[in-house]
Design a protein around this ligand. Structure first.
Ligand code: C5P
Length: 222
């Protein structure tokens, strides 16, 4: 992997979960560790890109060579940070597990238990960061991730089309793969092709993914 296949390109990578606050001590989150996104940011930097990493709440060190790291908490904050960073970027790789919903209201004080009563939370839909980038003129080459537990290919291809992406990286979650693990297995899909990246360490997969992104980028954008 000596080749600097992304030399001269600006790449934005999002990673990790988002936390949607319910009250000052509680939130809705997910099990994303951020490892895959951080590995992708690392690989892109090693490939010569100028990398901005937008990270949700994770406990991971910034990879060497990443030019800028922006830490965020909620999907709304990630949306704002990515939108700003993506202006003028060549490639956006959305590896973050963005929460689809947030509580309608954040309680200013800790919610108290009402004995014997159920509690309902009203949730509002979060903006889809990838889809909103795709709707903008002159947007970067867009790469999404799809973590699925079933029907991986059909869901991934549907997402590729529906969100207007250039490439999607699909992985089956479960069987010791996916969230909170060191290993992963990925299939890449683009409009007229696909590539299998068999089970490997996330760092190895990230380098292979970056190679594929670079070659598809060259094909589509010269
Ligand atoms: O639809 P789903 O959440 O499975 O799609 C996953 C892909 O979409 C990921 O690349 C994720 O970063 C991105 N996404 C996003 N904004 C959201 C939800 C998901 O950019 N609100």
């Amino acid at each position: 992997f000596g080749e600097r296949v992304l030399a001269g390109l600006k790449v934005v990578v999002s990673a990790g979960p988002t936390y949607e606050d319910i009250d000052p001590v509680r939130f809705i989150g997910n099990r994303s560790s951020g490892k895959m996104g951080f590995a992708v940011a690392d690989a892109a930097a090693q490939a010569g890109a100028q990398v901005t990493l937008v990270a949700g709440p994770v406990s991971l060190a910034t990879p060497q060579g990443v030019s800028k790291r922006i830490d965020v908490r909620s999907a709304a904050q990630m949306h704002a940070a990515v939108t700003e960073a993506a202006a003028g970027a060549h490639i956006y790789i959305g590896a973050a597990a963005v929460g689809d919903y947030r509580p309608n209201e954040v309680a200013p004080h800790k919610l108290k238990k009402q004995n014997g009563q159920d509690l309902s939370l009203q949730l509002a839909q979060n903006p889809d960061i990838l889809a909103s980038l795709a709707a903008q003129q002159g947007h970067p080459f867009l790469v999404g991730f799809a973590a699925e537990t079933q029907n991986v290919e059909s869901y991934a291809r549907d997402k590729l089309q529906r969100k207007g992406l250039d490439m999607i990286a699909a992985n089956q979650v479960g069987d010791g793969l996916g969230f909170e693990t060191a290993d992963n297995a990925i299939t890449l899909y683009w409009a007229d092709g696909s590539a299998q990246l068999p089970r490997a360490d996330k760092a190895v997969l990230a380098r292979q993914l970056v190679d594929h992104v670079a070659s598809r980028y060259r094909v589509q954008r010269g």
